[in-house]
Design a protein around this ligand. Structure first.
Ligand code: PMP
Length: 399
C-alpha cells in the first residue's frame, strides 16, 4: 500500500474537501449554481491577447526566461496605489506587498507560515471551502465563529478567545462573504482588530469580491484599522479580470512578507512572468475600473434576476440579500439535508448543481443550507434553475 508512506496531512480523510464539489461538467443540460465562476462573455479577450503580445514583443526571448520572485515592478506599484486609494491602507510601501499564485496560494502560504499540527485557529461558520481545504493540510484545531447579518459574531468570538487564548489565526471574508454574501460592518472591522491586539492573533482578511459591490458604499478594509501589523490583506485578479492567470496579491507587515516569500520560493520559485506581464500591459492600455464597472452592471442584473426568481418560485425560503459578490445563501427547514437532496443515483437531481452547506463548515455539521452562484449562469438558466430547485423541494416535502 503506497498510501502507508503518505504523511498524515494527506491521510486525514483521504481526500480534499474540493474533490467532487462541482460535478457540472458531466451533464450537458446541467444548470450550475455551483462554482464561483465569472461570466465568460465579459473576459476582455481581445485586450488580454494584445497585452500578451505586447509583453512578448517588448521582452523578446527574455519573456520566456526565469524572472524575479517579486513580479513586475509596474504591477507592484499599481497594486500599492490601489491599496492606498481603494482599500484605505495608509503608509504602505513595497516591503509590504507580495504577489501570489491567486488568492488560494496566499491562504495556503499563511497556513504554512502559522500552523503546526494541532494549532488553534478560528474560522467563520460557514466559510470558504477552499480555505478549509488549505488549512486542513496543516491539521489545525478549528474553532467556529457564527455569522450574523453584519458579519462574524464577535461577542461569541471573544468568549472563545477567553477560553482559548492559544488561537493564533482568524480567517475572514469580510466583503460579500463566500458563501453567505454577508458584509462585515465598520464597527466590527474595528473591533476585530482590537481583539487581535488584545488576544494576540493574526487576521487573514480575504477579499476577492471586494470591488464587486452592486449596492451601497464601499467599506474600509479590516487592514485599514490595523495598528500592530496583525492583518494580512489578500486579494486577487481572478474575479475582476480572469482566474486563468492565477495572480493574486497580499499586503502585510514586512516580517510576514519575508516569511511568506521564503515559503513561496520553495513552492514555485516565482510569480509566473507571462501572466503577470500580460496584466501589466493590460493595465497600461486599459482602464481596469471601467471593466469592473461593466462586471458590476451585469452581475447586479443577474443578482436581481436570481432574487426575483427565488421570490416567485420559492417564496417561503430564507434567503440572504447581499450587496455584492457572487453568492446567495439559502436556509431550508431543519431536517433537510442538502447533500442528499442534490444527488439521485450519482447524478445531480433535476440536473441542477449548487453547493450544499455542509462543505462550508469545518466539522460539516450544518446540513440544511445551500450556496447558489448567480454570476456564472445566464438569465434564462437562473430562471430555469430556480424552477428546478423549487420542484426538488416540493418533491422532498411530499416524501
Ligand atoms: N478566497 C475566496 C473567498 C474565494 O471565493 C476564492 C475563489 N473562489 C479564492 C479565495 C481563491 O481565488 P483565486 O485563487 O482564484 O484568487
Amino acid at each position: 500500500m503506497l498510501e502507508n508512506l503518505f504523511s498524515s496531512r494527506v491521510k486525514l480523510d483521504g481526500k480534499s474537501r474540493l474533490v467532487g464539489l462541482f460535478p457540472e461538467t458531466h451533464y450537458i443540460d446541467n444548470i450550475s449554481f455551483g462554482g464561483g465562476a465569472p461570466e465568460e462573455r465579459l473576459f476582455p479577450v481581445a485586450e488580454l491577447k494584445e497585452a500578451y503580445q505586447a509583453a512578448v514583443q517588448k521582452e523578446g526571448a527574455h519573456a520566456f526566461q526565469y524572472h524575479d520572485i517579486r513580479g513586475p515592478e509596474y504591477l507592484r506599484q499599481f497594486l500599492l496605489k490601489r491599496a492606498k486609494d481603494l482599500v484605505g491602507i495608509k503608509n504602505v510601501d513595497d516591503s509590504q506587498l507580495m504577489l501570489t499564485a491567486g488568492g488560494q496560494q496566499g491562504i495556503e502560504l499563511v497556513a504554512k507560515m502559522l500552523l503546526n499540527k494541532g494549532d488553534a485557529m478560528a474560522v467563520e461558520a460557514p466559510t470558504y471551502v477552499g480555505a478549509l481545504a488549505a488549512f486542513d493540510n496543516y491539521e489545525p484545531t478549528y474553532y467556529n465563529v457564527s455569522m450574523q447579518d453584519d458579519g462574524a459574531d464577535l461577542e461569541q468570538f471573544e468568549q472563545l478567545l477567553q477560553v482559548h487564548p492559544e488561537i493564533k489565526l482568524f480567517y475572514t471574508v469580510p466583503d460579500f462573504h463566500n458563501p453567505t454574501g454577508i458584509t462585515m460592518s465598520i464597527a466590527k472591522r474595528k473591533h476585530l482588530v482590537e481583539l487581535a491586539n488584545k488576544y494576540d492573533f493574526i487576521i487573514l482578511e480575504d477579499t476577492p469580491y471586494r470591488d464587486l459591490r452592486y449596492l451601497g458604499q464601499s467599506l474600509p478594509s479590516v487592514k485599514s484599522f490595523d495598528t500592530e501589523g496583525r492583518v494580512i490583506f489578500l486579494s486577487s485578479f481572478s474575479k475582476i479580470l480572469t482566474p486563468a492567470f492565477r495572480i493574486g496579491w497580499l499586503v502585510a507587515s514586512p516580517v510576514v512578507v519575508q516569511a511568506l516569500t521564503k515559503l513561496k520560493l520553495a513552492e514555485d520559485l516565482e510569480v509566473p512572468y507571462l501572466p503577470s506581464a500580460t496584466i501589466e500591459y493590460y493595465l497600461k492600455n486599459n482602464d481596469l475600473d471601467e471593466h469592473i464597472q461593466s462586471l458590476r452592471d451585469l452581475y447586479q442584473g443577474k443578482m436581481e434576476e436570481m432574487t426575483t426568481a427565488l421570490n416567485r418560485y420559492l417564496p417561503g425560503v430564507k434567503v440572504s440579500y447581499p450587496e455584492g459578490g457572487f453568492f446567495l445563501w439559502l436556509e431550508l427547514d431543519e431536517g433537510i439535508d442538502t447533500t442528499k437532496l442534490l444527488w439521485e443515483n450519482s447524478v445531480p437531481k433535476e440536473h441542477l448543481v449548487y453547493v450544499p452547506s455542509e462543505n462550508f463548515y469545518a466539522n460539516r455539521d450544518c446540513k440544511n443550507g445551500m450556496r447558489i452562484n448567480f454570476t456564472g449562469p445566464s438569465y434564462q438558466q437562473i430562471d430555469d434553475g430556480v424552477k428546478r430547485l423549487s420542484r426538488m423541494l416540493l418533491e422532498t416535502s411530499k416524501k
